[in-house]
Write a new protein. Structure first.
Length: 180
């Protein structure tokens, strides 16, 4: 069930549809929805560095924030979010106190990292780190991320098939992580 929910979340990230123009817009919209249910702290240290996100970046950010917010709400705890930019990559750190982050977020993070190009989602003991790479000319694509970009460009039917294939547990996808 967790994998199916993770696959659905990645499908929503792939389909975009967000009207937000920036990383800050996505975080602001999420904060307005999440803050009443869960204590939320947002630390924005992005300064004025220019980062032009792809629609897929904004979708990944939106789904990661929602996933983390739901985990925090289920554990009746708060969530801390920190935004930074380093070398053209946006780092979104979600601190989740009193949450078994690996159990709650690992399937989602792996699927997101493998299926969405220029996106890494890493899970630690007490946090999730989403990295959105902005230097699109030099960052290599992992094979599933390349397939994700092809599916994104070719339309909704192909995107759904890709997500279902990855969610069904492609042995290669599970064995190879971009951050290992």
């Amino acid at each position: 069930m967790v994998r199916r929910n993770a696959a659905d979340a990645v499908q929503r990230a792939l389909s975009g549809g967000l009207q937000a123009a920036s990383v800050r817009d996505v975080v602001q919209d999420w904060w307005c929805d999440q803050a009443p249910a869960t204590g939320v702290t947002v630390r924005d240290d992005m300064r004025q560095e220019i980062f032009r996100p792809l629609p897929i970046h904004l979708g990944a950010l939106d789904e990661t924030l929602k996933w983390g917010g739901e985990a925090a709400e289920a554990a009746d705890t708060r969530i801390d979010v920190e935004l930074t930019v380093q070398d053209g990559t946006v780092h979104v750190w979600l601190g989740l106190d009193k949450v078994d982050v690996r159990a709650a977020c690992d399937d989602f993070a792996r699927l997101l990292s493998h299926a969405l190009p220029y996106t890494d989602c890493l899970v630690g003991d007490d946090h999730v780190l989403l990295r959105l790479h902005g230097d699109l000319e030099t960052d290599p694509l992992y094979h599933l991320a390349a397939a994700g970009m092809d599916a994104y460009a070719s339309g909704p039917k192909d995107r759904r098939r890709l997500i279902e294939q990855v969610a069904d547990g492609s042995a290669e996808a599970q064995a190879k992580q971009p951050y290992s």
